[in-house]
Design a protein around this ligand. Structure first.
Ligand SMILES: [Mn+2]
Length: 417
């Protein structure tokens, strides 16, 4: 009996000891926490959010309206162009920018290290900001193109005149239908001269307007999301070093390819990536597009198979896998990318944010490449190129004149195009 009492007394003393130690620890840690709170700034206490919290900007980046805040300097701007009234099939890409922003929330500077590139674009030299959206009208396409063209001239020409660097800020567009590339190329060509376009898309987008039903005609009806590269070629915005990859569109006939040839595009089909391999695709692109010349990367999300990109306007079976798209984008990191876009994300047709998440990944990969390559000024300062021929010198004069025209123009809506 006595033995059993002393046994239970022993157990109780251990129990009380543990409880008291726990309580003492809790009191100490509560005091520690209170002390920590007393010394902490409000930013330290409340400033950090989990990825699913807060107001959505792309990748939680700082935000200001780049078109309004003239004195803010930045290196790369993510800018929404919520315009979709040039589509030929399913509309809805005007909601693309907000869907891609929402799907980008797991990108943060804390977890922004791109393991494929071995680099974190969010913690390097570049000030990357979310510029918000271009406030583009949904009810008048002619006016919309004037707005978009004036907006990119504002960002790329007027603003760069105030920048310390000769390199104007670079922008990645969140589309919007694919026609939003046109105003961006118009402004870029006024800074750099003709631009190489790497066009990742199921479709050609070099169709002349008469390849669409066109008994009724207006000047604005020449621009739709399948003809804007034709228009860019007509306006002399493109170099002769352009490439499509991921093609599998149905054609109006083989003449479509002849028209495409005349616009200086090399074509890589969607099947090439699994029959000839991703390195064939990459090598072909890099043979066509010279390094150290101004290059634009345009990604139509319909380059992906509908399994990975149902949230788009004109889906085509038999497309790339996301891992293939990422591999190709990573392989372009040594090019001089002066602008880019991800377009045709139409969230009403998306399932479980798959398309929008792939869209956000495209931005992450292109952003990584631009920042990793550094702020090369040799692209902007074309006058420093050696061994210029007379045609290059004439081209330089034309660029300077175009820049001057924009900078001296009082009303941004007086646009020659
Ligand atoms: Mn397209």
């Amino acid at each position: 009996m006595l033995k059993s009492i002393s046994y239970w007394a022993f157990i109780l003393s251990i129990y009380l000891g543990v409880v008291c130690a726990d309580e003492a620890e809790q009191i100490a840690s509560a005091e520690g926490f209170a002390k920590m709170q007393r010394n902490a700034t409000l930013e330290e206490m409340w400033g950090e959010l989990w990825p699913f919290q807060g107001i959505n900007t792309f990748a939680h980046l700082e935000h200001f309206k780049c078109l309004v805040e003239q004195d803010e300097k930045y290196d790369i701007g993510i800018i929404g162009v919520p315009y979709d009234t040039s589509v030929s099939y399913r509309p809805g890409a005007r909601f693309g920018p907000r869907a891609i922003r929402t799907a980008s929330q797991r990108q943060t500077s804390l977890r922004g290290f791109n393991q494929r590139a071995f680099f974190n674009p969010y913690t390097s030299w570049a000030r990357i900001v979310d510029c918000g959206d271009v406030p583009v009208t949904p009810v008048d396409n002619e006016l919309a193109f004037k707005q978009m063209t004036a907006a990119f001239e504002e960002l790329l020409l007027r603003r760069s005149a105030k920048n310390d660097s000769s390199m104007p800020p670079r922008h990645i567009i969140l589309g919007g239908d694919h026609s939003v590339i046109l105003p961006h190329l118009r402004a870029l060509s006024k800074v750099h001269g003709p631009i190489n376009v790497i066009h990742l898309d199921a479709h050609l987008d070099t169709w002349a307007p008469d390849k669409y039903p066109s008994f009724w005609h207006s000047a604005q009806s020449e621009v739709n999301h399948g003809s804007m590269l034709w228009k860019a070629h007509q306006e002399g915005l493109l170099s002769h070093n352009n490439v499509h990859a991921g093609l599998r569109t149905k054609l109006s006939g083989i003449a479509d390819y002849e028209d495409d040839d005349a616009q200086h595009f090399t074509r890589i089909t969607a099947d090439d990536i699994w029959i000839k391999g991703p390195d064939y695709v990459l090598d072909t692109i890099l043979k066509v597009v010279p390094a150290n010349t101004p290059t634009y990367i345009s990604v139509d999300i319909d380059v992906l198979d509908p399994a990975f990109g149902s949230g788009t306007g004109t889906q085509e079976p038999g497309g790339w896998l996301p891992r293939e798209l990422i591999y190709i984008l990573r392989g372009l990191e040594n090019l001089d990318v002066v602008g880019a876009d991800i377009v045709e994300v139409s969230p009403a047709f998306d399932i479980a944010e798959i398309t929008a998440t792939n869209g956000a990944q495209v931005v992450f990969e292109i952003l990584t490449s631009i920042v990793k390559k550094g702020n090369s000024e040799k692209v902007a300062d074309s006058s420093s190129q050696k061994d210029k021929g007379s045609s290059a010198a004439l081209q330089d004069d034309k660029i300077k004149q175009q820049k001057q025209d924009v900078l001296t123009r009082k009303n941004p809506f007086v646009i020659s195009n």
